[in-house]
Design a protein around this ligand. Structure first.
Ligand code: ADP
Ligand SMILES: Nc1nc2c(ncn2[C@H]2C[C@H](O)[C@@H](COP(=O)(O)O)O2)c(=O)[nH]1
Length: 206
C-alpha cells in the first residue's frame, strides 16, 4: 500500500468491530477512531420505536461521524497519521436504507453525500462476516440494556445489507483492499493465533 494506511473495521452489530480495531490500533500503533455509543441519546428510544426515532438517530450518527472523521482526516497536521477506525462512513447509508423511507430517506441521502463525498475513504476494509447466531450471542454477551430485546429480524436484514454493501464497495472502489474475516470461526479475542492470522493478512497490504 503506497498511501498512508487508513483501515476501517466493519461488520454487522456485535461482529467484533470495536474489539478488533482496538487490538489492531495497539498492535500497529495506529490512531484509533472509535464510535461513542453509550452517550447516544436516541438509541434507547430508537429500539423502542424505530419508525418514530430513525431520522433523528441516523442524523445523529451521521453528524458525529462526519465531525470525528473530518477533524482527523481533513486536518493537515494529521496528514501522515495511520488510522484504524471501528466504522466506515458508508455504514450510515447501510442503516439509513433499512430504517428510513420516502422523503426522509431522500433528504438523508442528499445530506450524506454533501457531508461525506469529499472525505478520504479507507484504503483497507476488514470485514468481519458472522452469522445471526454468533451476532446475537455476542450482543447478549456485551449486555447493553437497550439491545437486550433485540429484533432478530432487523439484525438478519442488516446482515444481508452488509453483504450487499461490501459487494457495492468492491465494485465501485476497486482500489480498496477488502479482507473478509470469518467471524464465526476466528476468535481473535480468545486465540492469539487467530489474531496473528488477521495481522499477517493486513501486513500483506501495508
Ligand atoms: N471473535 C470474537 N470471539 C468472541 N467474542 C468476541 C469476538 N469479537 C467480539 N467479541 C465479544 O462480542 C461482544 C461484541 O463485540 P464488539 O467489539 O463490541 O462488536 P461491534 O463493535 O462489532 O458491535 C463483546 O463482548 C466482545 O468482547
Ligand atoms: N440505526 C442505526 N443504528 C446504528 C448505527 N450505527 C450503530 N448503530 C447501533 C447498532 C448498535 O445497537 C449500536 C452500536 O453499534 P455497533 O455496530 O458498534 O455495535 O448502535 C447507524 O448508523 N444507524
Amino acid at each position: 500500500m503506497k498511501q498512508n494506511p487508513y483501515i476501517a473495521v466493519e461488520g454487522a452489530i456485535g461482529a467484533g468491530k470495536t474489539t478488533l480495531s482496538t487490538m489492531l490500533a495497539q498492535r500497529f500503533d495506529f490512531t484509533l477512531m472509535k464510535e461513542i455509543v453509550e452517550e447516544n441519546p436516541f438509541l434507547d428510544k430508537f429500539y423502542q420505536n424505530i419508525e418514530e426515532w430513525a431520522f433523528q438517530l441516523e442524523m445523529f450518527f451521521l453528524c458525529n461521524r462526519y465531525k470525528q472523521l473530518g477533524d482527523t482526516l481533513l486536518n493537515p497536521s494529521h496528514a501522515y497519521q495511520p488510522i484504524v477506525s471501528d466504522y466506515h462512513i458508508y455504514k450510515n447509508m447501510i442503516f439509513a436504507e433499512r430504517t428510513l423511507s420516502g422523503v426522509q430517506l431522500d433528504k438523508y441521502r442528499q445530506i450524506y453525500h454533501l457531508l461525506t463525498d469529499d472525505l478520504p475513504k479507507p484504503n483497507l476494509i476488514v470485514y468481519i462476516k458472522a452469522d445471526l447466531d454468533t451476532l446475537l450471542h455476542r450482543i447478549q454477551k456485551r449486555g447493553r440494556d437497550f439491545e437486550q430485546n433485540f429484533d432478530a429480524g432487523y439484525l438478519s436484514q442488516l446482515v444481508e445489507d452488509y453483504e450487499t454493501a461490501i459487494s457495492h464497495i468492491r465494485a465501485q472502489e476497486p482500489d480498496t483492499v477488502i479482507i473478509t474475516i470469518d467471524g464465526d470461526k476466528l476468535d481473535f479475542v480468545e486465540r492469539p493465533e487467530d489474531f496473528e492470522q488477521i495481522v499477517a493478512k493486513i501486513k500483506e497490504h501495508l
